[in-house]
Design a protein around this ligand. Structure first.
Ligand code: ZN
Length: 294
């Protein structure tokens, strides 16, 4: 896989520049109770964070995940039946892939294939942004892959949901942990309980704060091979696509549009002024406005 990244960066200058610029990103760390997180200043992500996500805007732009619209430098490698692996040209981490459906079908429920991708690439976390939870292409099914060591919530889930040689699912509100929001954590053995849990995960829905209704497009999810060598997953139900501060003006504005990586403890801030001024309380407010609170 490192060969794939190297080949791709040799061929594709724009992506290579963005990966090189990752070295210049800045971080500030925060502890919110038991939740360790950080903010990353990453100006190249402005196009994703600030993206217009209305149905009309999405319908009018050429889909960047469809083969016919991709830059000619972008290489696709088959990942599974109906899926292909692509380098993400706007990385958050030094290893950052997109795994896209080969056909232009909308981002719907959490794809079952994520479990097999996690088993196939045990050093990676495979993650999913629901269509209303920061998916940059809600009209084209995809998930992404980064190194699992990059996501603080993975260490947290393994600590809060210990491993007892059997499949199980918990909601973190059942633990005594002090967290800014809660989520589901699953341990999935290849047995009947594990299969039941695997079928249940894509049924978890967010709850739209604006309408008060359950919404299957308001979720984030991560699959990975746990440190015990068993498949694990997290599903984070969401209540909103973006927090209030995204829509504010002037000094009250913080340009942040949380997807799985942000919910996993790395908030991406494309503006330096936001990076400099954000406080732990701001981060708590952001999480409380986009996650479903127990
Ligand atoms: Zn497409």
């Amino acid at each position: 896989m490192n060969d794939f990244i190297e080949n791709q960066l040799l061929l594709w200058k724009e992506a290579a520049d963005n990966y090189k610029n990752l070295g210049a990103t800045l971080r500030r760390r925060f502890s919110l109770g038991d939740f360790e997180c950080a903010v990353q200043f990453n100006p190249a992500r402005i196009r994703s964070t600030g993206a217009v996500t209305s149905k009309q805007a999405i319908a009018q732009r050429p889909c960047f995940l469809c083969a016919k619209n991709r830059p000619e430098e972008q290489i696709a490698v088959p990942a599974a039946d109906g899926w292909e692996l692509l380098l993400n040209p706007f990385p958050i981490f030094p290893v950052h892939f997109t795994i896209a459906a080969t056909s232009h079908t909308p981002q719907k429920k959490i794809p079952f294939e994520m479990a097999s991708f996690a088993e196939r690439w045990p050093e990676r976390a495979i993650f999913f942004n629901g269509a209303k939870a920061c998916a940059s292409a809600p009209d084209h099914a995809h998930c992404q892959a980064v190194l699992k060591s990059e996501l603080p919530i993975i260490t947290l889930a393994e600590k809060l949901h210990p491993f007892y040689n059997q499949s199980s699912i918990i909601h973190t509100s059942s633990t005594s942990a002090d967290l800014p929001f809660h989520f589901y954590s699953a341990i999935i053995y290849p047995d009947t309980t594990g299969a039941d849990i695997l079928r249940a995960l894509p049924q978890i829905q967010g709850n739209d704060a604006a309408s008060g209704r359950p919404d299957p497009d308001l979720v984030n999810a991560i699959f990975w091979m746990g440190s015990e060598g068993v498949l694990r997953a997290i599903v984070i139900p969401r209540s909103a696509h973006r927090p209030e501060c995204f829509y504010k003006e002037g000094s009250e504005r913080i340009l942040v549009s949380p997807g799985t990586i942000d919910m996993a403890g790395i908030l991406i801030l494309p503006r330096k002024e936001d990076f400099d001024k954000i406080t732990g309380q701001d981060i708590r407010n952001i999480y409380s406005q986009v996650a479903v609170l127990p």
